[in-house]
Ligand binder design. Sequence first.
Ligand SMILES: Cc1ncc(COP(=O)(O)O)c(C=O)c1O
Length: 414
Amino acid sequence: MSETDSLGAALGLRGFADIRGEFPGLVTAGGAPWHYLDTAATAQKPQAVIDASVRAMGADYATVHRGVYARSADMTLAFEAARRRVAQFIGGRENEIVFTRGATEAINLVAQSWGGAHLNPGDRILLSTLEHHSNIVPWQLLRDRMGIEIDVCPLTPDGLIDLEAAERMLTSRHRLVAFAHVSNVLGSMLHVEQAAALAHAVGAKLLVDGCQAVPRLPVDVAAMGCDFYVFSAHKLYGPTGIGALWARAEILEAMPPWQGGGAMIDRVTFERTTYAPPPARFEAGTPAIVEAIGLAAAIDFVESIGIDAITAHEMALTAQARAELRRLNSVTLFGPEQSSGIVSFALDGVHPHDLGTILDEEGVAIRAGHHCAQPLMDHLGVPATARASFGIYSDESDIAALLRGIERTKRIFG
Ligand SMILES: Cc1ncc(COP(=O)(O)O)c(C=O)c1O
């Protein structure tokens, strides 16, 4: 039994030992084990999530919030229970959870609704060098529309957002700081409490992009002191097409709608429309019903293992992968030693795409590219990196397969 399995046993939770078998996606078309090291892009789905989604799309299916018949009332209860589940999981309240299509849409929602209503020309926002494009481009669209300014916080030499630099850069003109909780390229972890204190000291709000953190770290939005938190379900072992924005109730109250349609209104006439309170105000149209049920099942699944055990499991695999890759000598590692579930690297003389293609022949799936973080690639001085990222189901056999594949690639490239 591994350390994290015994931790799980002590907590009365399941261990990691047999978990792979619960993920039907973790085999190749030929039935061999598939070494899936691209969980940071999207996580494989456990059978429990697939079953819950199939039930919601089949025997339980009906619309929500509208039907007068019992099936619809039941589905409405299940849909709203999913919202409560998300709130409990990240430490918010249910009226503070807005379902979105994912993290990208959640950030666009904040930029367009909160930004459009509360920012003025000349106001500044602070991003960082390591942000995913989805935490850059929505702010550039807003800048072009509203005449705000974007500043970029540099990184420390080992690839953390440099909060000392952030403190020096922040001024009373800054209205928002928007940082990733965990970098999707480097695995570096943000000290959210400290970032919140810095933002609040100048009167700015803090938005945290939690896409890579929610599947890997305990998240308590209230305790961390941020103002907005976003994530996508598909990285948390749930379905695509759904994610969430959390924002403190009083902030959501003061935000105007950003899309119009059914479900987000109070009363509509051709002269004037009034809007529902949050979160409905931000959920125009028929929502992602099946996906919300799937997301709740994913949270149940994660909690049956325990997020602390998952953190320990992935941190241990990351440390092992870094140590073994370093031993190869021909590998450059990016990011800090203490990183969460994600390792980016370069193999001397081999383009990451070539490495990814050869690894694929070996039944190993990594990501090769710019990872939707081109400014970070510019900072690292590379067009692309190879990235291995771990999940609940990853184990030492994945690292061994990765190393075998790298050795073969080295032989091929001489
Ligand atoms: C750090 C980070 N932010 C945002 C996103 C965007 O997530 P989505 O494409 O699910 O909206 C990703 C996805 O890779 C990510 O890793």
